[in-house]
Design a protein. Structure first.
Length: 158
């Protein structure tokens, strides 16, 4: 059976990281965009990370420009923006596509495991996937779902 641990992703610095590194930890995997109207979710995601990281929660952010080109071209600008404006300390990865011909394989898996409303495609920035300690997708949250609304589901996994 496939899990998120079967995937390797590119870090912001271009090196690769196996998601096996996070085995046994609950994860939030989210596609992000620095210029999106939902950008304040960075602050809320960071608050969840601060509150629960000592209990194992990891948040993995994947910048994406597929929706109205709302991400910086340069990944250094993205990471600097997130750190300076929202105090982001959870891992941010290299810029990806979440749909289409060049989609990141991890997101293809996430979408096939938990389809969205009417279609499996990701419709916008800040679509969030909650993953349990065994690497299985527990829930998919709409872009407009505030991270704080995920807290009860997170607590069940800790």
């Amino acid at each position: 059976m496939t899990t998120v641990y079967d995937f390797t992703v590119k870090k912001a610095n271009g090196s690769e990281q196996s998601l096996k590194d996070f085995e046994g930890k609950p994860l939030i995997i989210v596609n992000t965009a620095s210029k999106c109207g939902l950008v304040d979710q960075f602050k809320e995601l960071q608050e969840l990370y601060d509150k629960y990281r000592d209990q194992g929660l990891m948040i993995l952010g994947f910048p994406c420009s597929q929706f109205n080109n709302q991400e910086f071209d340069n990944i250094e600008q993205t990471t600097e923006f997130c750190q300076l404006n929202y105090g982001v300390t959870f891992p941010m990865y290299g810029k990806i596509d979440v749909n289409g011909e060049h989609e990141e394989p991890l997101f293809g898996y996430l979408k096939s495991a938990k389809g969205g409303f009417l279609s499996k495609d990701i419709k916008w920035n800040f679509t969030k996937f909650l993953v349990d300690r065994n690497g299985q997708i527990v829930e998919r949250y709409a872009p407009t779902t505030k991270p704080e609304k995920m807290e009860k589901d997170i607590q069940k996994l800790l």
